[in-house]
Design a protein around this ligand. Structure first.
Ligand SMILES: Cc1cc2nc3c(=O)[nH]c(=O)nc-3n(C[C@H](O)[C@H](O)[C@H](O)COP(=O)(O)O)c2cc1C
Ligand code: SF4
Length: 433
């Protein structure tokens, strides 16, 4: 045995201690958690044999239309697909990236979300459906923009940094971003953690009522939660009057977060959806309050499994950025020289040096991303996810992706069986239940 084989005192742990000892600070990074946890790959679908008829792909339709927020809103979000793009702020992302995401989602009949820091005029122009975030920071919050939104999303927490506020390193707080957020330029922005006008869930009820009045009961009000104490949080948000609840897991992406929160806080996407579904069921609101899942949704298979577990829709962040070219060596980029790691290993969104122009405010780097080409790639990716979901649903004999259910799946590991509450493959046993 040699020291390097120790799982507890690995070379990486020692390197971590060395750098903290030198700098006297905690680590911040972008992208997402590096923890190995149970995820959708640990679940499989049980497509049809003799027990059910599969549907013919070329002549039998599979519905993918998705309605979000029909509990109280006069105009719920009606999307052509259960996949939409999550909130990623202007500041974390370049203006070009925001515009490309808005155009790309419009091209595929779905929605995008502002993120922290306000609504970009280009984003509003390009997006067919735009969700407007209301965060504890209130950066860039404007009642004029609020009434131009197609849905509002109150952010209580994010999966990548539950219990803390947004983080934008000073290198990205340039003139435009600073002006929109009413902040000085070049200073690290650590957003507040709590909404200034709340002391508890009753104040969330008041806030939801205020927003409904401000928007004439037209648009859905979403509440976004980092997945920690899912069951209680979901019940409280639903009781407070949310039309839709976004449950964002520990695997969720970020532009910047403290590494300890990324890796050591929150629960994975699979059990988060199941707990949220059960919580809504217990209070009789499953099917009335829309459930949206986010956190490492990478394909139509992941999205279909999320729906089968109980979600009505999924929101994608990193997958949409990867469709824009994140972690891809392009003609103009040189990942190794510019960022210090090869393409495919980059998690440096927090540095503002994105070699493909996505998570940067540097005008030269931003030129590496084209709005139209980026939008087309995002639309292609979302369309392919939608087709994959329909393909899986048809193979299970279902004419609507929303008819997928836990009974359609088996788990490949005991952990996945316990977390997803579906039987271990080859057995009738749901472990732990
Ligand atoms: C670059 C980047 C910026 C983000 N900015 C915000 C934000 O402003 N507000 C917010 O609520 N979440 C933000 N998030 C988190 C996403 O909304 C979402 O919760 C997460 O990306 C979902 O996980 P996924 O990336 O694995 O799909 C950001 C994520 C990324 C990758
Ligand atoms: S390529 Fe850009 S968006 Fe992707 S991880 Fe690196 S810095 Fe972030």
């Amino acid at each position: 045995m040699v020291m390097g084989q120790s799982q507890i005192w690995s070379p990486w742990i020692m390197d971590d201690i060395h750098s903290k000892a030198e700098l006297g600070r905690y680590r911040v990074r972008g992208f997402s958690s590096f923890q190995k946890v149970t995820h959708f790959d640990d679940l499989v679908f049980l497509s049809t044999g003799l027990t059910r008829f599969p549907l013919e792909g070329y002549k039998e339709r599979c519905n993918t239309q998705t309605i979000i927020g029909h509990r109280y809103a006069q105009n719920p979000l009606v999307l052509d697909t259960p996949v939409y793009v999550t909130g990623m702020s202007y500041g974390a992302l370049s203006r070009t990236a925001k515009t490309a995401l808005a155009r790309g989602t419009a091209m595929s009949g779905t929605a995008t979300c502002t993120g922290d820091g306000g609504m970009l005029p280009q984003e509003r122009e390009e997006a067919a459906k735009l969700i407007y975030q209301i965060l504890p920071s209130r950066y860039g919050l404007s009642p004029h923009d609020m009434v131009r939104a197609d849905a509002l999303e109150i952010v209580v927490g994010q999966g990548a940094k539950p219990g803390t506020g947004g983080l934008l390193m000073g290198v990205k707080v340039l003139d435009d971003v600073a002006a929109m957020r009413d902040l000085p330029t070049g200073i690290d922005q650590r957003s507040p953690t709590r909404h200034p006008d709340w002391l508890g869930p009753d104040d969330l009820t008041v806030k939801i009522e205020q927003l409904r009045e401000a928007t004439d009961w037209r648009v859905p009000i979403h509440v976004k939660l980092g997945a920690c104490r899912v069951s209680d949080d979901v019940k409280l948000a639903a009781k407070a009057g949310a039309d839709a609840i976004v449950i964002d897991s520990m695997l969720a992406g970020t532009g910047a977060s403290a590494e300890i929160l990324l890796d050591h806080s929150g629960i994975p996407t699979v059990p988060a959806i199941v707990q949220a579904r059960e919580a809504l069921r217990e209070i009789g609101l499953y099917g009335k309050v829309s459930l949206i899942a986010s956190g490492a949704i990478r394909s139509g298979a992941d999205a279909a499994k999320a729906l089968a577990l109980g979600a009505d829709a999924v929101a994608i962040g990193l997958a949409a950025l990867i469709a824009l070219n994140c972690n891809k060596e392009i003609e103009e980029s040189d990942f190794e020289n510019e960022i210090g790691v090869p393409a495919g290993m980059c998690h440096h969104c927090h540095t503002g040096k994105c070699p493909v122009g996505i998570t940067t405010q540097d005008p030269e780097l931003e030129k590496r991303l084209g709005v139209q080409e980026g939008a087309e790639r995002v639309a292609n990716f979302i369309n392919s996810m939608t087709m994959e979901m329909a393909l899986l649903a048809r193979s299970l004999g279902k004419s609507d992706v929303h008819s997928l259910e836990p009974e359609d799946m088996a788990a490949l590991t005991i952990e996945a069986s316990a977390m997803a509450r579906v039987p271990l493959a080859g057995t009738d046993r749901v472990f732990g239940w």
